[in-house]
Design a protein around this ligand. Structure first.
Ligand SMILES: CC(C)(COP(=O)(O)OP(=O)(O)OC[C@H]1O[C@@H](n2cnc3c(N)ncnc32)[C@H](O)[C@@H]1OP(=O)(O)O)[C@@H](O)C(=O)NCCC(=O)NCCS
Length: 122
């Protein structure tokens, strides 16, 4: 798992030999994990730029498809992904876990069902 933080947004990627926590997407679709833009800088195109930059990086590394999971009621994120060419994969919803961050740094894993969206790169 690789994380990049710029102070404006962050995106973690699973790379070759590194598994994302959500086991589901088949080989060839590296899962993108946790895209988030600080609240006060949303709706400026930063999420779009982060995702495009991540896709370009994955493409450069030889990946031809990317998959990501999104909460069923996260319509803002689903709109973003649809606009960028992602479509729901044909295998149904995915049971996974979400990480909840508590004050003080404690992390809690909770069961979550998500929609998996995929896109061909290049
Ligand atoms: C989902 C998320 C990452 C999107 O990030 P973002 O930086 O706001 O994304 P963008 O700015 O690229 O696009 C969001 C909206 O702003 C609009 N927008 C982009 N640039 C704009 C600009 N310069 N002026 C006005 N609107 C703009 C986009 O058209 C889009 O509109 P829509 O809501 O109608 O689809 C952000 O909302 C977030 O961090 N959410 C909480 C965490 C989360 O849910 N992550 C996803 C987990 S799967």
């Amino acid at each position: 798992m690789e994380e990049r933080a710029s102070g404006r947004g962050r995106l973690s990627l699973a790379g070759p030999g590194r598994r994302a926590r959500a086991a589901g997407p088949p080989p060839g679709r590296p899962p993108a994990h946790h895209l988030e833009v600080v609240r006060e800088r949303r709706n400026e195109g930063i999420g779009t730029q982060l995702l495009r930059a991540a896709e370009q990086r994955l493409h450069t590394k030889g990946h031809r498809r990317v998959a990501l999971g999104v909460n069923l009621d996260n319509h803002a994120a689903q709109r973003l992904y649809s606009r960028l060419g992602y479509t729901e994969w044909p295998h149904g919803k995915l049971a996974t876990t979400e990480t909840v961050y508590h004050p003080g740094g404690r992390r809690e894993l909770r069961p979550e069902v998500c929609l998996v969206m995929v896109r061909h790169l290049g």
